[in-house]
Design a protein around this ligand. Structure first.
Ligand code: FAD
Ligand code: DLZ
Length: 514
């Protein structure tokens, strides 16, 4: 009989058709899954993220065992092995090879550069044979993305997305896009009228496995930012599929209309809440896009909603992964605007009188979630305008969201929110004053600050910070044609006006932030 193989399944590889499980022979192979300190601590993960990852891993291991597959599962709270418990994935691998008397490893390529490096170092150090297979769960592999990027001046998502629409046939009528246009963004920027109430979130109440992980996380990670009280995330494929069905039937039809809206006390609106299931592997991008398209074809959801949704997954999700693998490891050090301010304490729940920030951060604390516009145009925008160190912002986003894995978080944070990659990902900085937040939300009503004011003690800080950002970065940004409008406006200001605005912003930065 051929010798058995150790098949490593990582915490975000919880998919039945994972390439690492191809040709698995239950009578001789063993699957290794390991909860380890290094992964739990490399950033200060929100307790809900820890519970989600560990509970989903435990449920996946249980499902494999039910199929007759042998699983060697290393639990963080397995006290029978406390002295010898592995701290890292590679230590877990080494121990499992010995324990199961196996000599070779098969895995699927890790989604994060850091983890891939560890595994490659492991084979170099030990000489143990490790076969790394492609991750087929994405529409596009690294070679395909590199070929698309090759020789292009700008790597704009829109063109990549159109190629994928043609290639996959998603929302295509023959060779033409459904509805005669590729992009329905302009229909998807409505603010939410008073009286329109968002639907309830679908909740998955913690079962015995999740409750036991919650106890462990409460005990071992008590000091972490974030609450466990409202944990309701899908932890199994069945729950993730239920979530998908709920989204398509109840939320997708209005997804487009309110895609960019924000509302006090409504953290989820019509967003799908599918990112954690997608990123853990409980759902596949192809099936999610297919379900959305089917709703359009049946007449159950309008094109602006379905196109807007599919663009996020087929377009943005694939594109940011492509950028990540194309440009790592240099990408993670980007700081094109030379931002150095430390991350203020308000991001970790410290006091702030800015209602928009308080709302986004409190949603984050309660749910390990805030929707895209809050991430980009509130917490991200503030960090951009205030010149906060991209590394600290990156560590925050990577820690606090249930869906945060570096391959998707880093390009969104460094590239989209902070323009720290110098415009590789975004054609201009997503910088906005308080007027944008006021237009798209009800946050400014009842705020300590007045969104209509630019200077004075009650002036909205987003206003002075916005102009300070433009003044401070004028030499790098004014040549960008997409920044022409604000710089034309700034050109009409007197030197005194510029100075007054700079002083207003600096006062806030020096006195109101810690
Ligand atoms: P929906 O609004 O319902 O969108 C549907 C799906 O599209 C999402 O589930 C997601 O898979 C995909 N998607 C949407 N926008 C993006 C995007 N910009 N990039 C990649 N995929 C996208 N997304 C993550 O999955 N993990 C992260 O760590 C993450 N960090 C972010 C950090 C910043 C600073 C910003 C601005 C965005 C970040 N995003 C991240 C993208 C986006 O905000 C989340 O995917 C989205 O909010 C998840 O909620 P949802 O499932 O309800 O999304
Ligand atoms: C995020 C996370 C956490 C908290 N813990 C583990 C773990 O103990 N074991 C594991 O296999 N994966 C974990 N993950 C996911 C990894 O940090 C990492 O994101 C993936 O392995 C992708 O490379």
């Amino acid at each position: 009989m051929k010798p058995g193989v150790l098949r490593l399944v990582l915490g975000d590889q919880l998919s039945d058709d994972l390439s690492a499980l191809d040709d698995l022979q239950p009578e001789r192979d063993v699957v290794l899954m390991a909860e380890v300190d290094d992964e739990a601590n490399y950033v200060a993960h929100h307790p809900q993220k820890l519970v989600l990852v560990f509970s989903a891993m435990r449920h996946f291991a249980h499902a494999l065992r039910q199929r007759g597959i042998r699983v060697d599962y290393v639990a963080l709270d397995d006290d029978s092995n406390a002295d010898d418990r592995p701290r890292s994935l590679t230590a877990a691998l080494q121990q499992a090879l010995r324990r199961n008397n196996l000599r070779s490893v098969v895995c699927t390529e890790p989604s994060e550069y850091r983890v891939k490096q560890h595994l490659q170092q492991f084979t170099e150090d030990t000489g143990i044979a490790l076969t790394m297979r492609e991750d087929r769960r994405f529409f596009v592999n690294h070679a395909r993305f590199a070929a698309w990027a090759e020789g292009r001046k700008g790597l704009r998502m829109e063109f990549f997305y159109r190629e994928l629409r043609r290639e996959t046939g998603l929302l295509m009528d023959g060779s033409e896009p459904c509805g005669g246009q590729w992009n329905f963004d302009h229909d998807n920027r409505k603010s939410l009228p008073a009286g329109v109430t968002p639907p309830q979130r679908l909740r998955f109440e913690p079962d015995a496995i999740t409750r036991s992980v919650m106890d462990m996380v409460r005990q071992r990670f008590a000091e972490r930012f974030g609450s466990l009280d409202e944990f309701a995330w899908p932890v199994t494929r069945e729950q993730a599929l239920q979530s998908l069905r709920h989204f398509v039937a109840q939320l997708l039809p209005a997804f487009g209309d309110w895609q960019d809206a924000m509302k006090t006390g409504a953290p989820f609106l019509w967003h799908s809440l599918l990112s954690s299931s997608l990123n853990l592997g409980l759902l596949q991008a192809r099936e999610v896009c297919a379900a959305a398209e089917a709703a359009y074809r049946k007449g159950d959801a309008p094109l602006n909603a379905v196109e807007g949704f599919i663009r996020q997954i087929l377009g943005w999700r694939e594109y940011v992964r492509g950028i990540y693998w194309l440009r790592m490891p240099a990408y993670q050090h980007g700081n094109a605007l030379q931002a150095t301010r430390p991350l203020p304490a308000m991001y970790w729940g410290g006091k702030t009188q800015m209602r928009c920030m308080a709302q986004a951060i409190d949603d984050t604390r309660r749910h390990a979630y805030s929707h895209h516009i809050q991430r980009l145009m509130v917490t991200g925008n503030f960090a951009l305008l205030a010149g906060i160190d991209p590394q600290q912002v990156h560590a925050w986003y990577l820690a606090v969201y249930v869906d945060a894995f570096e391959w998707v978080e880093l390009p969104n944070t460094l590239g989209m929110a902070l323009y720290a990659d110098g415009g590789l990902l975004a054609s201009k900085p997503y910088a906005a004053s308080g007027a944008y937040i006021n237009r798209m939300s009800d946050f400014c009503k009842g705020c300590h600050y007045d969104v209509k004011l630019k200077t004075g003690p009650r002036a909205c800080p987003m206003n002075s910070l916005y102009w300070h950002f433009l003044i401070r970065n004028q030499s790098s940004l004014q040549g960008n044609p997409r920044m022409a409008l604000p710089y034309r406006n700034l050109a009409t200001w007197s030197e005194e006006q510029r100075q007054a605005m700079t002083q207003q912003a600096q006062q806030f930065l020096n006195n109101e932030l810690d």
